[in-house]
Design a protein around this ligand. Structure first.
Ligand code: G6P
Length: 366
């Protein structure tokens, strides 16, 4: 009811602004990296695995895609990420030494539960879930669990569940890195410090809301939008496009920026806003040349840069600067302005933000 919403107009907005608290709670009590965070048997299981298979749907699947970049880079373990509804029905080659990780806000998504059972039926019994509901079927069915503490999420479009999943997956990355002897004590300390800083960092990103509202006024008049990212920010571009299409009904798709020239560039006109996730990482120069390709076709660029990206606003190039450069944790911060952009665009279009047409919060039937 209205009392619960406090100063917010919708649950989605409230849940976006709850993220500092949700992440803080999810990481509460994490005083060091240790397998036991994932369950009593975690060390024995983590010790014997040789790869990771992530299974999920929707926004949770994009959390999995992001985690692949972290796990392969930091823990140096091979990772496959699969959409649960595909995995459960395709012929695949089982690997009993894989750690099967399901990601689910509700813990009741039919396809994800079925994908887990399918994996188990092929002798893949090392199972872990990252889940927001401790009493769910998913938690009961998995050998190991990490419970995110987002709290009840009401908005159909997932926000705080996503960022808490990412926090948990980063923790999993550090833990597997440690078990595999790839995490020095110094790295552990640095990473923990950066994680503990997340609530404050997120709060300063949320303060960008007025600038994002100004962009949303423009987006509300469009029928198409393209989202670009590279590396671990490609899944963040996917999530930004999903958020926009779910609640504003604007057709949106995301591309890894390097693929632009293999198709979507044909769609770029002055009518096409192109949202670019552009933190200052190893790929920034590549990304800048992708942006140039868009500008040359008259496309309007809306860029989320960070403190060090060295991209300035100019004709057809709009820049919102993120307060800091967040290193490996950057995806958790960069998704937040995309959530706000989708929210305010939907608000400007007058759609039913918390209950978008044809969609359900939890898909418990196939
Ligand atoms: C539905 C929801 C999404 C969610 C997906 C997976 O489509 O609208 O927000 O990402 O289900 O749900 P889960 O509970 O398994 O994360």
């Amino acid at each position: 009811g209205a009392a619960e919403l406090g100063p917010y107009r919708h649950y989605m907005q409230k849940e976006i602004f709850e993220q500092p608290r949700a992440i803080g709670d999810t990481l509460e009590g994490v005083t060091g990296i240790m397998p036991e965070l994932f369950g009593d048997k975690a060390y024995d299981i983590f010790k014997k695995i040789d790869s990771v298979l992530i299974l999920a749907c929707g926004t949770s699947y994009y959390a999995g895609l992001t985690a692949k970049y972290w796990l392969e880079s930091i823990a140096q373990i091979p990772v496959n990420v699969e959409i649960a509804s595909e995995y459960r029905y395709r012929d695949s080659v089982p690997n009993p030494k894989a750690l099967v990780v399901t990601i689910s806000q509700s813990g009741e998504t039919a396809d994800t539960l079925a994908a887990l059972k399918h994996a188990r039926s092929m002798d893949m019994t090392n199972t872990l879930t990252i889940c927001n509901v401790a009493t769910s079927a998913m938690v009961r069915e998995c050998a190991l669990a990490y419970i995110t503490r987002a709290g009840v999420e009401v908005g159909v479009a997932s926000t705080k569940a996503f960022t808490t999943q990412l926090a948990a997956l980063f923790l999993l990355t550090l833990t597997l890195a440690q078990v595999r002897g790839r995490l020095s004590e110094e790295q552990e300390a640095t990473c923990l410090k950066a994680m503990r800083h997340l609530p404050v960092a997120i709060s300063s990103v949320l303060a960008l809301e007025p600038q994002i509202i100004a962009w949303a006024e423009e987006f509300a008049r469009k029928e198409n939008a393209l989202f670009l990212g590279r590396g671990m920010h490609y899944p963040i571009a996917l999530e930004g496009a999903l958020k926009l299409k779910e609640i504003s009904y604007i057709h949106a798709e995301a591309y890894p920026a390097g693929e632009l020239k293999h198709g979507p560039l044909a769609l770029v006109t002055e009518e096409m806003p192109v949202v670019t996730v552009a933190p200052n990482d190893a790929l920034i120069e590549k990304l800048k040349s992708n942006m140039q390709e868009v500008r040359a076709r008259g496309g309007q660029l809306y860029v989320f840069a960070d403190a060090d990206s060295k991209i300035a606003s100019s004709e057809g190039l709009h820049v919102i600067r993120m307060p800091e450069h967040y290193g490996k944790l950057s995806p958790i911060l960069h998704v937040i302005p995309l959530q706000l952009l989708a929210y305010h665009t939907a608000l400007a279009r007058g759609t039913d933000v918390d209950k978008p047409r044809n969609l359900a919060k939890s898909v418990t039937v196939e």
